[in-house]
Write a protein that binds this ligand. Structure first.
Ligand code: BES
Ligand code: MN
Ligand code: ZN
Length: 519
């Protein structure tokens, strides 16, 4: 799917060749005199297009209009959240007709956030997974033109370009999240990461069982030991900043299947544990977006990846293992495996002398109970990191909610046989998991995103959401001072080429965007 940003009035949009024109109508009635604007205004007056974001009205081939179909979509206040809802509803409603060429036009001025929301919502609503279907019907939309009424300001053009790059990242995360575990092994994830190293400024290194043992990652190795699939430890680097600039380290949980191990999970819905690598997928997706946006920042991605299986060699409840940090861990429940692979990756992160470390993990069912599928759980030992992530979540509409880290919550992690146990009681399970991780993060500013509720949807719409790629890209570009530094980036989305699947290995790196602020 390729995206294009154009300066278009509603009248001009109605003259563009397309299969579907979606007109976004805000609270203020359109005053233009072209047929579509006139119809929109009279529909609003007649009450057939209520002033409520997401309300739709299909028009049947109005005179002089080129597109075969026209859909009016109310966007209420025109804020990003309303635009997102309206575009999702409109694209979903139009799906059945299989439009190839779609034009979405704002009937009134749109800000940068609204433009970004339209791009990400259109992509999200039209996404289809095809990889493991024999007769897959791919997504129908090939070309999407987004029309804005005024010549795009640099902020709008940058928001458009970044949104397009973010979509590529989100879709990579969805793809790997959705793949069944036999099509997304640790080895295959590592291959995907190596593929990203074809993008400018990205490097990738992959460690296997021997190297991981040598590093003393006893907790990670313990989880992997019950599986026939060898573990992989993936190290990605994106260098957009000065060589000596401290990087942000992203750590993604990469359990490609979580049976629970000897502490076996119930059979119902166990298939969904293929999504237990969505933290890892979000790191891959974020690197995909970084490769396209090229912000002036250094980022390291760490992905410990393995299966959590039940086997003769599997780790047993009560086993004590030694983590890379030297701390011994009593594994009271083999299903609390995410924290075991993450703790060693968090220890490894120290060697980068990081400015901040953020881990992303489908860590606890308790977080699903606490926050549902709307917001990811956020934990942070550093105030400015916490608020930067909260704002990035709001800006990208990939929201999170901060939960506490009082030391009292760590009480239950005490063990009679090791320095720490890997579980506490049932109460506050998302927090006690975070308290466990915190023990390994003393040397840097740290945040943890529990995406157990937000990384995928269950039921009829079962599938990966690609979250929190939007949040992470927004945080990183913001940190690099992206939004006002269009000077070094390509001028406008209109001129920029569509994001390619992968740049050629020798593609020249464009100058990274200038850093603007420290955090
Ligand atoms: N991958 C799961 C967390 C999970 C469960 C995510 C359900 C989404 C839906 C994790 O490895 C896990 O099993 N956690 C346990 C921890 C418990 C044993 C302390 C859980 O949440 O039940
Ligand atoms: Mn588990
Ligand atoms: Zn798990």
């Amino acid at each position: 799917m390729d995206f294009q940003l154009k300066t278009l009035t509603v009248a001009q949009a109605a003259a563009e060749k397309s299969d579907l024109l979606i007109v976004l109508v805000g609270s203020a009635l359109p005053t233009a005199k072209d047929p579509v604007s006139v119809l929109a205004a009279s529909a609003r007056k007649a009450g057939d297009l209520p002033d409520k974001a997401g309300k739709l009205l299909a028009l049947y081939r109005p005179e002089t209009v080129v597109p075969s179909r026209v859909l009016l979509a109310a966007i209420g206040d025109g804020k990003a959240a309303s635009v997102r809802g309206a575009v999702s509803a409109a694209v979903a409603a139009a799906k059945a007709n299989g439009p190839k060429r779609v034009v979405i036009v704002f009937a009134q001025p749109a800000d940068a956030a609204a433009v970004a929301a339209a791009v990400t919502a259109a992509a999200d609503a039209s996404y289809v997974y095809t990889t493991t279907k024999s007769k897959a019907e791919p997504r129908s939309i090939r070309h999407l033109t987004l029309g804005v009424s005024e010549a795009a300001s640099p902020a709008v053009a940058t928001a458009f370009d970044d949104a397009r790059a973010t979509v590529a990242g989100i879709e990579l995360a969805k793809e790997w999240g959705n793949r069944p575990a036999n099509h997304a092994t640790p080895t295959l994830l590592a291959e995907a990461a190596k593929g990203l190293a074809k993008l400018p400024r990205i490097k990738c290194e992959v460690l296997g069982p021997k190297e991981v043992d040598k590093l003393g990652m006893g907790a990670f190795a313990a989880v992997a030991q019950g599986s026939a699939e060898p573990l992989r430890f993936i190290v990605l680097r994106y260098q957009g900043g000065a060589k000596d600039e401290a990087p942000v380290v992203l750590v993604g949980k990469g359990i490609t299947f979580d049976t629970g191990g000897v502490s076996l999970k119930p059979a119902a819905e166990m298939d969904e544990m293929k999504f237990d690598m969505c933290g890892a997928a979000s790191v891959l997706g974020t690197f995909r977006a970084l490769g396209a946006i090229q912000p002036a920042i250094n980022v390291v991605g760490l992905i410990p990846s393995c299966e959590n299986m039940n086997d003769g060699k599997a780790v047993k409840p009560g086993d004590v293992v030694t983590s890379m940090s030297g701390q011994t861990i009593e594994i009271l429940n083999t299903d609390a495996e995410g924290r075991l692979i993450l703790c060693d990756a968090l220890s490894y992160a120290k060697r980068f002398d990081p400015a901040a470390v953020i881990d992303i993990a489908t860590l606890t069912g308790a977080c699903v109970v606490a926050l549902g599928g709307v917001r990811s759980g956020l934990f942070a030992s550093d105030e400015s990191l916490a608020s930067a992530l909260e704002s990035a979540g709001e800006a990208s509409q990939d929201r999170c909610w901060r939960l506490p880290l009082d030391d009292d919550y760590a009480e239950g992690l005490k063990s009679n046989f090791a320095d720490v146990a890997n579980i506490a009681g049932r109460a506050g399970g998302a927090i006690t998991a975070a308290k466990f991780l915190q023990r390994f993060t003393a040397d840097y500013a740290w945040a943890h995103l529990d995406i157990a509720g937000t990384a995928w949807k269950s039921g009829a719409a079962k599938g990966s959401t690609g979250r929190p790629v939007g949040l992470l890209v927004s945080y990183l570009t913001n940190r690099a001072g992206n939004s006002n530094a269009a000077a070094t980036a390509p001028k406008a989305g209109m001129a920029a080429k569509p994001v390619k699947k992968a740049a050629s290995p020798k593609a020249p790196a464009k100058p990274a965007r200038k850093a603007r602020s420290a955090q």
